[in-house]
Ligand binder design. Structure first.
Ligand code: ATP
Ligand code: MG
Length: 254
């Protein structure tokens, strides 16, 4: 095992992924160390959600080349639930509705064994879940309510690496602060004997970065991570010059 691998929480190496008949990811290399928060930028349809869903292990994403390693374990043969138990969580861009399962029940399952009254009361208060907690998960939830429901499930799961797919999309200005606070709770929680947790945030606007500190930004372009730099600088450059020019930009460190 190389020294880079031993310090990396997540190591994505030369990852090629095909969805349907299309190769969407064409050689992604990404290392996220313990305690780091990364940002993933890129044009619509570029493959950001594809990358996150492949890391999580959703069906339909075929790895044709390369590897994903988490805490030194190759994820190739692990099902989605095993990856979650290993410490990977995701806040979906468009979370699925789950008929017949109440949000309260899902939070209790995510939290694991034991009594969860205190956690539930805390989450209902912090994320204003009282109107959703005893309804089927995401059934008829508004866009913003779904994002808060996702945060509650993740806080209960307490993953070591959380993937956030456009956490602020569809969230009103007041609730962006609420979502940001929940993300910080996920990313900054200290664990016994460990440093802070890690994250990968997909955002188009960067609004969420007013609430959450991120270390490194990447631009996913033409199936590869084309550029790397300070996330806010990258968003500024993309806003001024567009994605096509971004990959040639002066602040690109690669
Ligand atoms: N099941 C599928 N069959 C065919 N193509 C698919 C399928 N799922 C995704 N794709 C395609 O893969 C490409 C990448 O999609 P993806 O959702 O990863 O993009 P994205 O970067 O997250 O975009 P956005 O910023 O709009 O969320 C798109 O062209 C999409 O249409
Ligand atoms: Mg997406």
């Amino acid at each position: 095992m190389s020294s880079e691998r031993s310090t990396a929480l997540l190591a994505v190496e030369d990852l090629h992924v095909t969805v349907g008949d299309n190769e969407i990811l064409r050689g992604i290399n990404l290392t996220i160390n313990e305690g780091e928060t990364h940002v993933l930028l890129g044009p619509n349809g570029g493959g950001k959600t594809t990358l996150l869903n492949t890391i999580v292990g959703l069906p339909g994403y075929r790895i044709t080349q390369g590897s994903i390693t988490f805490k030194g374990t190759d994820l190739a043969d692990l099902e989605i639930d095993a990856r979650a138990r290993l410490g990977i969580g995701v806040a979906f861009q468009r979370p699925p509705a789950v008929r017949g399962i109440k949000l309260r029940q899902l939070i209790e399952v995510a939290a694991g064994e034991g009594e969860h009254e205190e956690l539930l009361a805390d989450l209902i208060g912090d994320l204003t879940l009282s109107k959703m907690i005893d309804r089927d998960v995401n059934m008829g939830f508004s866009g913003g309510e779904m994002k808060r429901s996702e945060m509650a499930q993740l806080i209960a799961q307490a993953p070591e690496l959380t993937l956030f797919d456009e956490p602020e999309s569809g969230v009103d200005l007041d609730n962006i602060a609420v979502v940001g606070k929940a993300m910080n709770r996920l990313l900054k929680a200290e664990r016994v004997g460990k440093g802070t947790r890690s994250g990968l945030i997909v955002t188009h606007t960067g609004h969420i970065l007013e609430y959450v500190n991120a270390d490194i930004g990447h631009v996913l372009y033409n199936g590869k991570l084309a550029c790397r730099g300070n996330p806010l600088d990258l968003i500024g450059e993309i806003g001024k010059h567009g994605y096509d020019k971004c990959v040639e930009c002066a602040i690109c460190q690669m």
